[in-house]
Design a protein around this ligand. Structure first.
Ligand code: MV4
Length: 447
């Protein structure tokens, strides 16, 4: 097992990784920019190294600085968390070249799943259902017309180098196809320097459901159930829950089995999440995330499995701590992402936190690096806390979540707490009757 892990991240996820290490008797090295000198992860880590000025490109994305910090502290492993360098295959390669363990999948699998078209082709080979569409990039207009006729309108044109919803154009009928195609191409060229696009059948009211997997170096893979992530705004997840209110036990077992068999065939190592669109009882693969995700705590609540601990164990060469038969699902969990943003305009709201009072009680977890007197810096993602609530049933979880949100006090900056207070009492949400467009459509009617 590792002696010392360098945490190449900041904020709540850096704290999360530090906590798992601490409980395993592993020393931790925090890295931080000058803006994060007073951050909680720096205070709690065994050692801390300043890696640069505030801009992420000069600090948390600065590969030479992070590797230097690992060298001078003699860390034997690096955990990238999520975001920043967590899905950067070149970083994983460089870490490996320094004889330091990268706590994550192999660079090959990171690279494979980072290429949207290659990932889809791999999914097909591995027996994972995908959205009907073009076989790779779409060529000229004639080919686009042929493919669109084959899969049926409406169709969606997606940028190969895109992701997170950027560079997508819908064509409702053939007379709109060429315009959508040229707009998608030119936007992709400008945004990503790569105008390659592919085509898929457009699913108009899908849900976003993802399956968590863990694979070890002995080739064992287990799944930890699914997470429903449809409550999104402009492709930013706002709230997630597990299990999905839309799935029954048979569907859960069905998709869990497909993903587990596929990841076993692939020889997947580490924690990973296979993302699907779900519509009319069918699953369609959209992408795979080769990192621990922001919303992992709801899976931990329902299964009782510490995902970050398993990541570290797997990376050290230990076998998974569980077989599939040991994974049982209990109750319901919901995570509210709380951002330092204006609740109406969603403009970032950095600044000094004057009051901080997180909720507590049975089944209430708050993952946050905030403290009274802390100044939220303006340079990074606006996520400042994750409220994770667990209860025996979805309704009891909702009751507990409403109570926890009432208690939650963050003073001195704007936050999105009020958005969640509104969400968890909305009848459509309470009934689980929503798709990926629901939140934006509903908020348009909110004053
Ligand atoms: C789609 C789709 C409908 N049909 N693909 C958006 C970002 C990327 N993860 C994939 N996305 C979508 N792909 C087809 N063929 C609708 C979306 C989509 C979406 C997906 C998941 C979560 C939120 C979303 C919001 C808008 C559109």
């Amino acid at each position: 097992m590792f002696e010392k892990v360098l945490i190449a991240n900041r904020g709540e996820v850096a704290l999360r990784i530090h906590r798992a290490c601490r409980e395993m008797g592993i020393h931790t090295v925090a890295v931080h920019s000058t803006a994060d000198a007073d951050a909680m992860h720096v205070r709690l880590a065994d050692e801390a190294v300043c890696i640069g000025p505030p801009p992420a490109t000069d600090s948390y994305l600065n590969i030479p600085a992070i590797l230097s910090a690992a060298e001078i502290t003699n860390a034997d492993a690096i955990h990238p968390g999520y975001g920043f360098l967590s899905e950067n295959a070149r970083f994983a390669d460089i870490v490996r070249a320094h004889d330091i363990t990268f706590i994550g999948p192999t660079p090959e699998h990171i690279r494979l799943m980072g290429d949207k078209i290659a990932a889809k082709e791999a999914a097909i080979k591995l027996g994972i259902p995908v959205v009907p569409g073009s076989d790779g990039p779409v060529g000229n207009e004639a080919e686009a017309k042929r493919v669109a006729t084959e899969i049926g309108y409406p169709v969606l044109i997606k940028a190969t180098a895109g992701g997170g919803g950027r560079g997508m154009k819908v064509a409702q009928s053939e007379d709109k196809l060429l315009e959508a195609l040229s707009m998608a191409r030119s936007e992709a060229g400008k945004a990503f320097g790569n105008d390659q696009v592919y085509m898929e059948k457009y699913l108009s009211t899908p849900r976003h459901i993802e399956v968590q997997v863990l694979g070890d170096s002995q080739g064992h893979v287990i799944h930890l159930g699914e997470r429903e992530c449809s409550i999104q705004r402009r492709h930013q997840k706002v709230l997630e829950e597990s299990p999905s209110p839309a799935l029954n036990a048979t569907e859960r077992e069905h998709i869990g089995g497909i993903v587990t068999r596929a990841m076993t065939k692939l020889g997947y190592l580490g924690a990973g999440t296979v993302e699907f669109l779900y519509e009319d009882g069918k699953f369609y693969f959209i992408e795979m995330n080769t990192r621990v995700q922001v919303e992992h705590p709801i899976t931990e609540a329902v299964t009782g499995i510490d995902i970050v601990r398993e990541q570290i164990r797997i990376a050290s060469g230990a076998p998974l701590g569980y077989e599939q038969k040991d994974v049982t699902f209990h109750g319901h969990a919901i995570e509210c992402r709380i951002n330092a943003e204006d609740p109406k305009t969603f403009a970032p709201s950095p600044g000094r936190v004057t009051d901080y009072h997180p909720p507590g009680g049975l089944g209430v977890r708050v993952d946050s690096a905030l403290y009274a007197g802390y100044s939220v810096p303006p340079y990074y993602d606006s996520l400042i806390a994750k409220l994770v609530v667990h209860g025996p049933t979805r309704n009891e979880c909702l009751m507990r979540l409403r109570r926890a949100l009432e208690e939650f006090v963050i003073g001195g900056i704007d936050t999105t707490i009020d958005l969640h207070r509104r969400l968890v009492s909305n009848v459509d949400f309470v009934n689980g009757a929503y798709d990926v467009h629901w939140l934006e459509r509903s908020m348009a009617t909110w004053r």
